[in-house]
Design a protein around this ligand. Sequence first.
Ligand code: PMP
Length: 397
Amino acid sequence: MFERIDYYAGDPILGLMEKYSADNNPNKVNLGIGIYYDESGVLPVLDCVKTAEARIADPIAPRPYLPMAGLPGHRKGCQELLFGKGAQILKDGLVATTATIGGSGALKVGAEFIHQWFPQSKCYVSDPTWGNHIAIFEGSDVEVGKYPYYDKANSSIKFDEMIAFFETLNKHDVILLHPCCHNPTGMDLTQAQWDTVLNVIKAHELIPFMDIAYQGFGEDMDSDAYAIRKAVEMGLPLFVSNSFSKNLSLYGERVGGLSVVCPTADEAERVFGQLNAMVRRIYSSPPSHGGHVVDIVMNDDALHEQWVGEVYAMRDRIKAMRLKLKSVLEAKIPNRNFDYITRQNGMFSFTGLTPEQVERLQSEFGIYMVSNSRMCVAGLNTSNIDYVANAMADVLK
Ligand code: PMP
């Protein structure tokens, strides 16, 4: 009966994690999956989260279902983080936000919404992008195409090609954009480039879908939301999926949100209703524990401030690792340019290693990165960085 079912090849990034766990090399280093590890190589529990969890745990409370859209404080937390506290569109009721099961859940609900209400629209993702973007949209029967983004030869963005491509698209086609800390390349647009992109989107009546999973890891909470807020300022309709997995270090709690910015409050109400309907038929309502943590941290001024400081400490540690990696590589291979390492933002560095070099790092040194050459810089620390830099220099020579 089930013989005709295809084997699942597994997810390349999650599969790498399993391979790493099984590796007996005492020097092994995990630079595959996009998880922030601290200076001791440990997945941190943020202090603001500990405080929030202590409040939830005492007294131990009953666990009713949450509303389909999640806790109001979770939704408000997403909105203020993305659009800014006191933003006029929030006062005017123009944003429909639902809490979701991580950023992936937000993408899924958004993809289903687009499939149902914009059935002619195709979705265009950057080349390359996080692999699950394609899987999620295709899984919702939205046709996916790629737009030019990364120029491997020059470690830069193919900006002119990208703009020219956008100009060929049809009204209401969806463009999936990474407002900051592009995954997997780490290469972001400048603010001036964002302005140009958004002008083209406006002129051609395209639909921007901004997926922000690393807010606070690039420059700061506000600058990282530049593209989102600029689109709002320009009066564009907009989808935003956000994830708290990385910036609250709550990976397994599955917390995120989907926000849709609409031209009028009436449209926002209609969209909100349909987002609820989507959620109801996919998973009914989101999990409550992480939702309560988000609610508490985002809406308590002191905890919020503490949280922002904790995110910036993670950001700064990653930046320090980039500087160190670059300096060791430059010393080892003086005739090669490693500037790209510090020009990239967020957790990832697209190293430009060939699949063979990535494979050598794994088999000879126990260093794991994704075969497309993406390294999670947040897996580096002062104890392993020399080992990694020397090994990279070895395979590059
Ligand atoms: N979007 C991007 C760009 C991501 O990198 C990730 C996580 N790797 C997600 C969305 C999904 O986030 P979550 O783990 O919260 O589902």
